[in-house]
Design a protein around this ligand. Structure first.
Ligand code: ADP
Ligand code: GN1
Ligand code: MG
Length: 355
């Protein structure tokens, strides 16, 4: 496939890339930025059109990424390498904003878990990433999206979208709406804990789904945590929870056939073993107690975000067809529902791992 416009080639050539551009094609399954694979006569790069509607402060955001990647590299950790523009800037700021990373070769990203060990390895890597961020000076970070995992705020946004029902779509998703409305009283636990100090505020990744980590194609071990756009102060429960929401499912996030979508307790256990093994020296008893709840909360929060976007005409997440966000919402609700039924098992697993 050759997807190549001279406009994109001109953009790529404004960066310090080696060789002549041969091909530029869309790449990956991210929902936010427009990701392109650039192949030159010398090597490969990832070029992204940054989503400045979602991230309104691209300077602050790239400052975070440069700071965090330098911090990691200084400790010998493999991480994204930001290719500067020929003017020496970390990104190109014109009508649109673009950035370029070295393509990290011999790695794969997964959209579903195909191997329990690989998922466990990703848990270990996200846990270790949490440890490296603990040494990073949080005052140097810009908050790239305010109140990103403030679930009560997400719920309020959902209700606003529902009341407006601007595309007359609420009638197609009555059950999903009911599910989300009925659980309002459960949404504030983590935010309350952060406010009253019973949960520590940490520097977190905040978007720890499995396709935001590059796994070694041969060994199945983690190579690099990527998608660093949302590194901000937050709770460890967000990072643990978001990985479980995406990875401890028997199907893809956008599986249409709900009979294939189940919360897999064995995958939960595998990830928890990897993650808890890495953070065992820093996790507090209250965080440990809330890990199952964190998984549940991130799942239902993501479900309400997908549904709010569907009701608002699909302006936030990239979609491939009408109803894509509704399909995604349905998988999240299925998972949250099954997690509710598995809560005691989840708690027991965490207690055993951290004993
Ligand atoms: P989004 O914010 O839209 O999710 P990501 O930064 O996560 O965008 O990138 C989308 C996908 O592109 C990733 O899931 C991964 O498959 C791939 N990718 C991104 N950066 C790199 C890189 N430096 N090397 C290899 N693959 C990458
Ligand atoms: C988005 O950027 P990406 O595709 O890795 C979103 C996450 C959601 C996720 C759902 C900045 O992640 O919060 O959990 O989609 N990122 C942003 O798949 O909103
Ligand atoms: Mg991503």
């Amino acid at each position: 496939m050759e997807y190549y416009t001279s406009a994109l080639k001109n953009i790529a050539e404004k960066f310090c890339i080696a060789g002549e551009v041969l091909e530029i094609v869309p790449y990956g399954e991210g929902h936010i930025n427009q990701t392109l694979l650039v192949t030159t006569t010398e090597k490969r790069y990832i070029m992204q059109k940054m989503n400045t509607k979602v991230f309104s402060d691209p300077d602050g955001l790239m400052g975070n990424i440069c700071g965090v990647t330098e911090h990691l590299r200084a400790r010998g950790i493999e991480t994204l390498y930001v290719v500067p523009t020929k003017d020496g800037a970390p990104f190109l700021k014109e009508a649109d904003c673009y950035r370029v990373y070295d393509f990290i070769e011999n790695t794969v990203t997964y959209q579903t878990v195909t191997d329990k060990e690989v998922f466990k390895n990703s848990g270990k890597a996200f846990g270790e990433f949490q440890n490296y961020l603990a040494e990073f000076d949080a005052s140097k970070l810009t908050e790239t999206i305010k109140r990103f995992h403030d679930t009560p705020k997400r719920f309020a946004d959902f209700k606003t979208a529902l009341e407006a029902d601007a595309f007359d779509r609420a009638k197609e998703c009555k059950e999903e709406i009911e599910f989300i409305l009925a659980r309002e009283s459960t949404y504030s636990v983590v935010m309350d804990g952060l406010k009253d100090g019973s949960l520590p505020l940490r520097v977190t990744h905040n978007d720890t789904k499995l396709n935001n980590i590059l796994m070694d194609a041969e060994t199945g071990k983690a190579r690099a945590v990527i998608d660093l756009d949302t590194i901000m102060p937050g709770s460890m429960l967000f990072d643990f929870g978001d990985s479980i929401r995406f990875g401890a499912s028997t199907a893809a996030e956008d599986e249409k056939d709900l009979s294939k979508v189940h919360f897999d307790i064995e995958l939960f256990k595998a990830y928890a073993e990897g993650y808890c093994g890495a953070v065992k020296d820093s996790i507090t008893p209250r965080e440990a107690e809330l890990l199952p709840y964190g998984a549940y909360l991130m799942t239902i929060e993501c479900g309400m975000r997908f549904l709010a976007d569907y009701l608002s005409g699909d302006t936030y997440f990239a979609t491939k067809y009408k109803g894509h966000n509704l399909v995604r919402c349905r998988t999240q609700i299925r998972l949250a529902d099954e997690m509710e039924k598995n809560f005691e098992n989840m708690k027991k697993i965490i207690q055993e791992i951290l004993r």
